[in-house]
Design a protein around this ligand. Structure first.
Ligand SMILES: *[C@@H]1O[C@H](CO)[C@@H](O)[C@H](O)[C@H]1NC(C)=O
Ligand SMILES: *[C@@H]1O[C@H](CO)[C@@H](O)[C@H](O)[C@H]1NC(C)=O
Ligand SMILES: *[C@@H]1O[C@H](CO)[C@@H](O)[C@H](O)[C@H]1NC(C)=O
Ligand SMILES: *[C@@H]1O[C@H](CO)[C@@H](O)[C@H](O)[C@H]1NC(C)=O
Ligand SMILES: *[C@@H]1O[C@H](CO)[C@@H](O)[C@H](O)[C@H]1NC(C)=O
Ligand SMILES: *[C@@H]1O[C@H](CO)[C@@H](O)[C@H](O)[C@H]1NC(C)=O
Ligand SMILES: *[C@@H]1O[C@H](CO)[C@@H](O)[C@H](O)[C@H]1NC(C)=O
Ligand SMILES: *[C@@H]1O[C@H](CO)[C@@H](O)[C@H](O)[C@H]1NC(C)=O
Length: 800
């Protein structure tokens, strides 16, 4: 109470001072002078009086050095702020100051003497520097030769003023909330695709939501071809961006006050203010406020009623994590499906959608097939079913519930308590808002006088909170790129994944720490580990083949980039720059099947069966469901990768088309692709190559998984023709089968001894039977991959 009274007194006193002693406004801050906090007169004003720069209170005893609109006149906390130097680290209300040092450095100094912010322009050779606030609202530091050393237009916070250029190094970052000026979660920035995007960059998830991620750049009216990456709004209300986003504000034409702001609700708006009037929205990026991601947390959906505004609801079967903070989302009322064997049922919520986090995309599925798919995946939380396409969801994020949304989400819920999760509850919940956005107040301790130790303690306490925020915000940056010492990922935040795209060589050089972490060498290139700007861990393959034309390469890329299946490795992008050709894939935690088959920690039997059927599905998709030409031509355990749950993903498909012919011939076998031991006889006898070559190789992989023997390993000693060499493993198995009469005996003899007899005999039989069909010398006798999947699937089902 006392403190409040004091500060009011101080304010009145300083107002009195300014009336009685000063009639002139301060236009320039000269070197070796400063502006102090708590002195209302200590502000810089632009020539025309429209803008002021000084200490701005953002809470009790907490100040930021800011620029605000001072014309039409306003009282301090209500003025419209356009820039802040230290939004994430406010200073104390006593003896903090902004100093222009003799060496030309502009420093913001807190009570204890700590430099909280600096323009970093200090140099011994500087003299006569001065700071001025221009009529545009730009705070400019110049030297005696009138050269600009630093300007506030180069480091915007959440607002872009007319004539201020938005460029890649200066993203706009929203405030946290209406009353909290610290850095928030929404970012307007130019991405590497040359487009201006809005990104939600929350503590846990990041995603781009504008332009609409479902649209191609041209469908959104943008172009990726202009790499100048610059956008600017003029005084008349005309916005022009190099990505062809142009618009005129609703009140275009008059030269009035305007600003472009990324608001704390995730929308991008232009505000205008006619002389003496109020701010009005004259343009906004998204008419529906639910378009912004991250408004409602996990497992909840955003709804909007023009009269009632925006609110969040929990998905059926979920309840609020924190009733007073929607962004924390909802938690399930049931246990994870992965821990228990509960029977489940699906409940559909029409007109709903969750963006992203699909376990692949499954075209041509019936509703029943889609249900089965989701049932079989224990971590599937539900699915979206749209025009015979099935999208199983592993996370329910960025939910949207609106009559305008086509289709609905089928939520997977325990059958047992189904009625208690039923839908009417949701409908009811939409009518009322269970939670309101909370407004917190600053608690910034006032400095006791003459106590340096206490000052230090208080300062530490106050900044600790901010440190926590900063840690959260840059967690990805610091944590995931720690090995890098400077340089990489300059922006310090993670851009949202922007789908399949082109990468620059420099970007990949940084992401791979100068290609220092080799994780494998395969056909046509070396593979490196990488961490992308959006924090995804990736595998980058540098192809040897450098002479292929760029257009040819791009054509192949567009095909491969469109192949999505849960058993195919996902390709995220490529790089074609000069001689460099690189492919960027998702990173697989458990490496390849080859590494794991030979490692001492064995893959158990059920994992091996899952891997067999999964990789068959991936190959079947390549052969039939997409384009016949996507032959793999190099199926082997090194190219079957395992994710964190040991789900197999086939890698290196499509490479046979990309790699230069000469490179492929550069092996010990002329004119042959693939790997010794896994190649079908067609290659040797110069027969036409069809998808059956992959079937053959797959058969060898199956035999290898069952027997644990390498097709070129122990039995490779016999010298001779290639055909003979390749027959080793297959003929060994065939012989065992022929010689031993009781089935069980010969199976036992061939099975990998590392399984220690723990296996399902019936399944092994089927696996070996399928394998032997696959490795038939006559390619027409071999089954197709689709038939292989069916044969294995029927065996899988026997258990159920
Ligand atoms: C790229 O954008 C800039 C800025 O908008 C513009 O000046 C330039 O003409 C554009 N270039 C092309 C090739 O369109
Ligand atoms: C830019 O957008 C206009 C329409 O607003 C369109 O006519 C033009 O073709 C676009 N330019 C490019 C390069 O996409
Ligand atoms: C079923 O719902 C009731 C109340 O709706 C709850 O008390 C009970 O714990 C639920 N049972 C299970 C197994 O979730
Ligand atoms: C402002 O937002 C930051 C970041 O979310 C938060 O940590 C801080 O507590 C907020 N401050 C106030 C006064 O609400
Ligand atoms: C990467 O290489 C460049 C020069 O090619 C070098 O300047 C940089 O320090 C290197 N970075 C790392 C992490 O090795
Ligand atoms: C599979 O291989 C990876 C990489 O070598 C290894 O980290 C993992 O432990 C192996 N897993 C098994 C079950 O052998
Ligand atoms: C997918 O559906 C189309 C049209 O119904 C059909 O022609 C095609 O054969 C189907 N493809 C597969 C692989 O089922
Ligand atoms: C191809 O083989 C030749 C000699 O056998 C070797 O010098 C060259 O480096 C090889 N090229 C590639 C891409 O492996």
């Amino acid at each position: 109470m006392n403190a409040m009274g004091n500060s009011h007194l101080l304010l009145v006193f300083s107002l009195f001072l300014s009336f009685s002693f000063t009639s002139s406004v301060r236009l320039t801050l000269h070197e070796d002078s400063s502006l102090s906090v708590g002195n209302a007169d200590d502000v810089l004003t632009s020539n025309d009086g429209v803008f002021s720069a000084g200490f701005f209170p953002i809470g009790q005893n907490a100040y930021c050095f800011a620029i605000w609109f001072s014309e039409p006149s306003c009282t301090i906390p209500d003025c419209t702020v356009v820039w802040m130097a230290n939004r994430d680290e406010p200073v104390n209300g006593r003896s903090s100051k902004l100093s222009l040092r003799k060496n030309g450095d502009l420093q913001l100094i807190d009570t204890g003497g700590a430099v909280v912010w600096s323009s970093k322009t200090g140099s011994s050779s500087r003299s006569s520097t001065n700071l001025q606030l221009l009529n545009t609202g730009n705070l400019v530091l110049r030297d005696d030769k009138h050269a600009t050393l630093w300007q506030s237009f180069d480091s915007p916070t959440n607002t872009l003023l007319p004539e201020q250029k938005l460029i890649p190094s200066t993203p706009l970052i929203s405030s946290r909330s209406k009353n909290n000026f610290s850095s928030g979660y929404y970012i307007l920035y130019f991405d590497n695709d040359n487009l201006l995007h809005l990104l939600f960059s929350g503590p846990k998830i990041k995603s781009v939501y504008w332009p609409d991620p479902w649209l191609n750049s041209w469908e959104a009216g943008r172009t990726t071809y202009n790499d100048s990456r610059v956008a600017v709004l003029d005084h008349y209300g005309n916005f022009i961006s190099s990505d062809n986003l142009t618009f005129l504000t609703a009140d275009y034409g008059a030269k009035i006050q305007r600003r472009l702001t990324v608001d704390h609700d995730g929308n991008l708006r232009v505000y205008s203010r006619p002389d003496g009037g109020e701010w009005t929205v004259s343009w906004q990026a998204n008419p529906d406020p639910c378009t912004a991601h991250g408004i409602c947390g996990p497992n909840s959906l955003c709804t909007y009623h023009p009269s009632e505004g925006r609110s969040c609801i929990c998905a059926p079967g979920y309840e609020w994590e924190n009733l007073y903070d929607w962004t924390q989302g909802c938690k399930p009322k049931f246990n994870s499906f992965c821990d228990s064997k509960v029977k489940t049922e699906f409940v559909e919520l029409p007109h709903s959608d969750f963006y992203g986090y699909d376990k692949g995309f499954f075209p041509n599925y019936t509703l029943e097939m889609c249900k089965k798919l989701c049932l079989d995946l224990c971590n599937c939380l539900g699915f979206q079913y749209k025009f015979t396409n099935c999208y199983p969801k592993l996370l329910l994020l960025n939910g949207h519930y609106s009559p305008g949304v086509d289709g609905g989400i089928h939520f997977k819920l325990p059958k047992f308590n189904l009625s208690s999760y039923y839908l009417p509850k949701i409908e009811h919940a939409t009518l009322q808002c269970p939670a309101k956005e909370i407004m917190l107040h600053w608690t910034y301790p006032k400095r006791p006088e003459n106590s340096k130790v206490e000052t230090l303690l208080i300062f530490t306490g106050a900044t600790a909170g901010w440190e926590a925020i900063m840690v959260l915000m840059v967690w990805c940056f610091l944590y995931k790129t720690r090995p890098e010492t400077g340089g990489a990922h300059i922006e310090g935040y993670c851009a949202g994944p922007t789908g399949f795209r082109r990468f620059t060589y420099d970007e990949l050089k940084k992401a791979t720490w100068n290609f220092s972490k080799e994780i494998g060498r395969g056909s046509g290139g070396v593979v490196y580990k990488a961490v992308l700007l959006d924090c995804r861990v990736a595998a980058v393959k540098q192809l040897n083949a450098a002479n292929q034309g760029e257009n040819e390469f791009l054509a192949e890329m567009s095909t491969i980039g469109n192949l999505h299946h849960m058993n195919l490795i996902d390709m995220w992008g490529y790089c074609a720059e000069g001689k460099h050709r690189l492919l960027i894939y998702e990173f697989m935690e458990h490496g390849s099947l080859a590494e794991n088959l030979s490692s001492p920690t064995e893959l158990d039997w059920s994992k091996r069966f899952e891997i067999a059927i999964g990789s068959a599905r991936g190959l079947a998709y390549l052969h039939e469901e997409c384009l016949e030409w996507v032959l793999h031509c190099d199926v082997k355990p090194q190219n079957i990768l395992l994710d964190s749950t040991y789900q197999p993903k086939v890698a290196d498909f499509g490479l046979s088309k990309i790699l230069r012919r000469e490179d492929l011939m550069n092996s010990s076998f002329s004119k042959i692709r693939g790997t010794r031991g896994y190649m079908a006889p067609e290659w040797i006898y110069n027969c036409p190559i069809t998808s059956k070559v992959d079937v053959y190789s797959y058969g060898i992989v199956l035999l290898e998984m069952v027997t644990g023997r390498s097709p070129t390993g122990e039995h490779d000693k016999i010298k001779g023709g290639h055909a003979q060499e390749k027959k080793i493993l297959t003929s060994w198995v065939r012989e065992k089968k022929r010689l031993s009469v009781p089935k069980q005996t010969w199976i036992e003899e061939i099975v990998d001894p590392r399984l220690r007899g723990e296996y399902d005999l019936k399944k092994i039989e089927i696996l070996v039977e399928v394998a032997l069909k696959c490795v038939d010398e006559d390619r027409d006798t071999r089954p197709t991959m689709r038939q292989v999947v069916e044969m294995l699937q029927c065996c899988e089902d026997e258990d159920v």
